[in-house]
Ligand binder design. Structure first.
Ligand code: ADP
Length: 366
């Protein structure tokens, strides 16, 4: 009787596309081992992020493709097991002057907003914690050197900053590593930086923190369009940016400016998050205070991915003030929304990295 062989299974896997990356699993080098014992076929698949929401779909597609291959050669229907692992891939980095100061960090993601108060820091914290909950190694840098809010949002009040030589030890809280200037200077003092000082402070925070190996470093930028994004773009290989926006028309106009700023700096915008999308009352009724869907529409008009929306939740505000972000997952609807947003972001990061890997390098000879 004919049986499947690893070659035949590989042929079958060439017909299965990753649903987000739109290339087959073999070309994407996601197949990590095929073993066949009698009628049992085990395939190892290495995902490009632990935050992949497509596992079930990939498992079903792999099983169906191998079963179809078995049927085509007259073999018995196999019992297929798919073992998933994940390894976040790096983007194909441009060669930079001065090299990459953070070679152990795979993905650098900036979070920006057109103006303050839209929930940029809140979204940064919760995206970081969501990715960590899914198994990724995550760092969070408070790039908002003018008004750092991570000490509050992460509950760092009781913790002291420590350093080894001139290397800062990140705060290890809620499953992530975090650094903020708010724990290094007097938080009551207004942080007034002149341009070069802002550049220096941000650079030190980013590169003199002992991040170790990270899958994702999320950088919470100051609101608006200032010096820090430019420093970031010059300093680190940034995979892309997330723009946080509330639904109102005026907020959209500011967010558009933030998008243009990132584009001007050569940073891809990976997507838009709509925060304070609507309000859910005690009666369970949803109130569209600010015109729900406004930011989504803006994303659509600008041809940008939409990563999800977050309503106004009293619990989110309370947990943010208390510095206990993990408690957001105690509210199941909110936990799901945060997870979906983080998965959408991780998906866009994988797509952006893949895009850069399949770009042919060009050499110009003058
Ligand atoms: P930004 O970083 O854009 O200045 P913050 O993240 O500091 O904004 O958020 C401003 C305030 O709004 C904080 O008190 C935060 O807890 C609250 N907040 C943000 N998003 C929400 C939300 N979806 N529901 C309830 N409160 C929110």
């Amino acid at each position: 009787m004919t049986t499947l062989t690893p070659d035949l299974v590989t042929q079958a896997l060439r017909t299965v596309n990753d649903p987000e990356l739109h290339k087959d699993l073999v070309t994407l080098e996601m197949v990590k081992g095929i073993s066949i014992e009698g009628n049992a076929v085990t395939v190892g698949i290495e995902l490009t992020t632990p935050a992949c929401p497509m596992k079930d779909r990939i498992r079903n597609d792999v099983t169906a493709a191998i079963a179809a291959k078995a049927a085509s050669i007259g073999a018995a229907t196999p019992i297929v097991t798919v073992d998933f692992t994940a390894d976040v891939r790096r983007p194909n980095q441009k060669i930079r002057e001065g090299g990459n100061p953070l070679p152990m960090v795979k993905q650098v993601i900036a979070v920006g907003a057109g103006k303050g108060g839209v929930g940029k820091s809140t979204i940064s914290v919760n995206l970081a914690v969501a990715l960590a909950r899914m198994g990724a190694k995550v760092g969070l840098l408070d790039g908002d050197i003018y008004g750092p809010s991570l000490p509050t949002l992460l509950g760092l009040d009781e913790l002291g900053a420590t350093a080894r030589g001139n290397i800062l030890m990140p705060f290890e809280v809620h499953g992530i590593k975090a650094m903020t200037i708010g724990k290094l200077v007097d938080p009551e003092k207004a942080l007034v930086w002149r341009g070069p000082m802002a550049h220096g402070a941000f650079k030190q925070l980013a590169t003199q923190t002992d991040w170790g190996a990270l899958d994702y470093l999320i950088i919470d930028l100051p609101p608006g369009t200032g010096d820090v994004p430019l420093t970031l773009a010059q300093l680190l290989p940034v995979t892309g940016a997330v723009v946080v926006c509330t639904p109102q028309r005026v907020a959209q106009d500011d967010a558009r400016r933030a998008v243009r700023m990132f584009e001007g700096l050569g940073i891809d915008v990976l997507g838009v998050v709509e925060n304070m999308s609507y309000f859910v009352g005690d009666d369970g009724k949803e109130y569209d205070l600010f015109g729900r869907g406004g930011a989504e529409m803006m994303a659509q008009q600008m041809g940008l991915p939409f990563l999800g929306s977050m309503p106004i939740h009293m619990a989110l505000r309370k947990n943010s003030d208390a510095g206990t972000p993990l408690a957001n997952w105690d509210v199941p609807a909110m936990g799901r929304q945060l997870d979906t947003m983080a998965q959408a972001l991780a998906g866009q990061i994988s797509v952006a990295s893949l895009r850069s890997q399949f770009v042919q390098p060009t050499i110009s000879v003058r």
